[in-house]
Structure formats: C-alpha cells, structure tokens
Design a protein. Structure first.
Length: 223
C-alpha cells in the first residue's frame, strides 16, 4: 500500500485532487530549445558556453547556470537577455515528454486540477505549455526546490511530480506526496535517497500509479 503524506494545513480530500507538476524534463524535453538558446546567447555576448554541458543539469534557476560562464555582476543582465531571446530560440524546438499529456489528462479524469510549478520564468513556461497543448489549470514560475512549497500549499496540492532532487525537497516541504520521474539529471537512486515517495521511469507510468494512489487514499479516508 502507498504510504500517505503527512497532513498539512491545507485540507486534503479524495474528491478535491490537485497534482503539481514540474516543467523541464518532467512535462517537457526542453534540451533542444535550451541548447539553441544558449548557443545564440554565446554568439550574442561573445562568451564561450558549453551548451552540451548546460542541458545535462537542467532544473535549478537560470542564474546558477550563468554564473559558470559570466562574472557575477553580469549575471542579472545576461539572465534578462536570455529570457528575452528564449521565445525565439527555445519554444519550437521543445517536445512534450512521453506521457505528459496523458498524465495531465489522468488528473482531470479523476476530477482533479493540474498545476505547473517551475523554476522557469513564468511567461516562458506558459509559452511552452501553450505551444505543446498541455492545458494546466495554473502555472507558477520562478520557484526552485523548497520555494516550490509555497505554491503547492497555496493550490492545495497533495502530490508533486518532478525529475530533480530539488523537486523532491519542494514536495516534502509542502507535505505533499513526492512522485519522481527518472527522466532528468537525477537518476532513480538519487531521487530515492532524496526522499521521493515513489520513483517512476517516466510519465507513461503515472496514470496507473494515480489510479492506485486514489484507491489507497479512499481506503485511508474510510479507515
């Protein structure tokens, strides 16, 4: 049986399911688009960036990557430039992860809400979802790791799905059930060690997991 999360101050109900999803490498494979954007940024600024390396460590805020290539005092301005260039270079090259649309549809079919909580700049996150036809009930950007708990609590999320140990920390901080997918920079062992309640190979396994979770939740409520 699935172990239930610790109760939080937000009321939980099997009839009011809210599931949070991370974006990069959880719902979308943004590696091609981000690679192209970093390449364009390198050309624009005349600064060397190992674009192949950057896309192996997606998840943390943009500034944490840029500090590897630019002096600290330049990072805020370069981050603004990157975000400005992003819609032109990164949106059309990005793909939906296998099972992404079906995972969101499974939440809706269960009568629930799907909320995207991501470290990505919120306007660009919305562009990705619109382009790929992934219809989230809400999108909250600019939050990383434990900071994500703020949005998860505000939306009453009882489950958070992500690919990074930072996503696991965000779920645990929000007292939400941590569902990890081994599709990003962190492997299954790292995700388990970080405290994930369950690790799936990818989102194609999510609808079946959600069905089991809902059944166990109802049993726990009746007990």
């Amino acid at each position: 049986m699935v172990h239930m999360p610790i109760a939080s101050t937000t009321p939980r109900s099997p009839h009011l399911l809210t599931v949070g999803f991370d974006l990069d490498m959880t719902l979308i494979d943004s590696r091609p688009g981000i690679h192209a954007c970093y390449q364009a940024l390198a050309e624009r600024t005349g600064t060397y960036i190992d674009c192949d390396l950057t896309i192996t460590r997606l998840g943390p805020p943009l500034a944490e990557e840029l500090i590897n290539w630019f002096p600290a005092d330049q990072v805020p301005a370069v981050a603004d430039l990157y975000r400005e260039m992003y819609p032109v270079h990164a949106i059309t090259g990005t793909l939906a992860m296998p099972g992404a649309r079906e995972a969101v549809a499974a939440v809706r079919a269960a009568g629930g809400r799907a909320v995207v909580v991501t470290a990505k700049w919120e306007p660009n996150a919305k562009l990705h979802l619109d382009h790929l036809g992934i219809d989230a009930d809400a999108v909250v950007g600019n939050l990383w790791a434990e900071q994500k708990a703020q949005a998860l609590r505000e939306h009453g999320a009882s489950v958070y799905v992500g690919d990074h140990t930072g996503d696991v920390r965000g779920a645990r901080t929000a007292d939400a059930y941590s569902v990890a997918v081994a599709t990003g920079p962190c492997d299954a062992a790292e995700l388990r060690a970080a405290g994930a309640d369950v690790v799936l190979a990818d989102l194609t396994e999510f609808p079946a997991w959600l069905s089991d979770y809902r059944g166990d939740y109802r049993e726990a409520v009746r007990a």
